[in-house]
Design a protein around this ligand. Structure first.
Ligand SMILES: Nc1nc2c(ncn2[C@@H]2O[C@H](COP(=O)(O)OP(=O)(O)OP(=O)(O)O)[C@@H](O)[C@H]2O)c(=O)[nH]1
Ligand SMILES: [Mg+2]
Length: 290
C-alpha cells in the first residue's frame, strides 16, 4: 500500500507555469508518518508560494487531502493593525479542519512600515504599484493559486476567527461566502448611522437590480473557491470591488452563502469616503447590470 507524495515541479521560467510538469512518486506509508508529510507540504508551500509555484503546491497539498488557503489582506498604511489581523488567523484550528493557511498582504507603497510588520508576522507581502483596494485585491487574486481564498481587511475590524465558518460553507459546496456585518453583531460605533443606512440602501438596490438576495453588499469579508477567481471579470479600482464581485456572482450563477459576523470599531482613520464611494458603488451596480 502506498501514498502519493508531491515532487517539486521541473525548474523553469516561473512566468510560464504551464510549462511545468508535476510528478508523483509512490512511497510506503510505513516509512513516512503522515503528519510529517503535512508539515513538509506546509513548509514547501510557504517557501515557494510567493512566485510561480503556488499552483503546484496547492494541488500537491490537495492530493494529500489538505486544502490550501490564502488569506489575502489589502493594506495601505495599516502598520498598527495588520499584525493583529495576521495573529488572529486561527492557523491551528484550520489545520485541524484540513486546511493549510497562509497570509498574503497586498501593500500599495505604505509608508508606515506595514510591509515590514506583515513580513515579521510571517506573511508574504506583495507590493502593487497601482493604488486602490480593488487593484490590490485583483493583484492578490492573480497571485494566489490556493484551493480557497479569503479576503480580509487589514484594519482589524473583521475578526479572522470567522474564517473556519466561511471555509466550512465553501467545503459544503458554496462557491462564494460572505461575512455579513448587517446580520451579525456590530460593536457600538463600528459603522456610523449614515453608513448603516447607506449600506442597507446599496444592498437593497443590489437585490432589486440583480434579483438575488444578499444581506450585506459592502462587506469586506469574502471567501472564494479558488477555481472561480480566474472566471471573474473585474475592472474596479477602489471600494466598488464588492459590488462588482456580487454582480459577477450573479452573472455566473454561483452558489453564494453568508455567515453573520462580528464587526469591530476601526481604531485608525478609514480610507473609504462614504458619499463618493457610495455613489461609485451604486454606479458599478447599475453599469454592470445593463
Ligand atoms: N493595498 C491597498 N489597500 C487599501 C487601499 N485602500 C484601502 N485599502 C485597505 O482596504 C481595507 C478597507 O479599507 P477601509 O478604509 O477600512 O474601508 P472600509 O473598511 O470599507 O471602511 P470602514 O468601515 O470605515 O473601515 C483596509 O485594510 C485598507 O488598508 C489601497 O489603495 N491599497
Ligand atoms: Mg475598514
Amino acid at each position: 500500500m502506498g501514498t502519493l507524495l508531491p515532487v517539486q515541479p521541473d525548474a523553469g521560467d516561473p512566468g510560464h507555469r504551464d510549462h511545468y510538469t508535476t510528478r508523483t512518486v509512490r512511497v510506503s506509508v510505513t516509512a513516512v508518518k503522515l503528519p510529517m508529510i503535512v508539515e513538509d507540504v506546509e513548509d514547501w508551500y510557504n517557501r515557494h508560494a510567493p512566485c510561480g509555484f503556488q499552483g503546484h503546491n496547492a494541488r500537491a497539498s490537495a492530493r494529500l487531502e489538505h486544502s490550501t488557503v490564502d488569506v489575502v489582506i489589502p493594506a495601505l498604511n495599516e502598520a498598527s493593525t495588520v499584525g493583529s489581523v495576521i495573529d488572529e488567523i486561527p492557523f491551528d484550528a484550520l489545520r485541524a479542519m484540513g486546511f493549510v493557511a497562509r497570509a498574503m498582504v497586498i501593500d500599495n507603497g505604505s509608508t508606515d512600515g506595514t510591509a515590514e510588520v506583515a513580513r515579521n508576522k510571517g506573511a508574504s507581502v506583495i507590493n502593487e504599484p497601482q493604488r486602490g483596494k480593488a487593484l490590490a485585491m485583483r493583484r492578490g487574486f492573480c497571485e494566489t493559486h490556493a484551493d480557497y481564498v479569503v479576503m480580509l481587511d487589514g484594519d482589524a475590524t473583521y475578526p479572522a476567527t470567522h474564517i473556519p465558518e466561511l471555509l466550512a460553507l465553501l467545503r459544503d459546496g458554496h462557491d462564494v461566502v460572505l461575512g455579513s456585518r448587517l446580520k451579525g453583531a456590530r460593536e457600538a460605533g463600528s459603522i456610523s448611522t449614515f453608513n448603516v443606512v447607506g449600506n442597507h440602501l446599496l444592498t437593497w438596490i443590489a437585490c432589486v437590480l440583480y434579483g438575488r438576495r444578499t444581506s450585506d453588499l459592502c462587506t469586506g469579508y469574502w471567501a472564494f473557491r479558488g477555481s472561480i477567481l480566474p472566471t471573474l471579470r473585474l475592472s474596479s479600482c477602489g471600494f466598488n470591488l464588492e459590488a462588482e464581485l456580487f454582480s459577477e456572482v450573479v452573472r455566473h450563477k454561483l452558489h453564494l452563502g453568508e455567515v453573520p459576523i462580528q464587526y469591530r470599531r476601526r481604531s485608525t482613520p478609514a480610507k473609504l469616503r462614504s458619499l463618493r464611494d457610495g455613489f461609485r458603488i451604486a454606479w458599478t451596480l447599475l453599469s454592470k447590470r445593463f
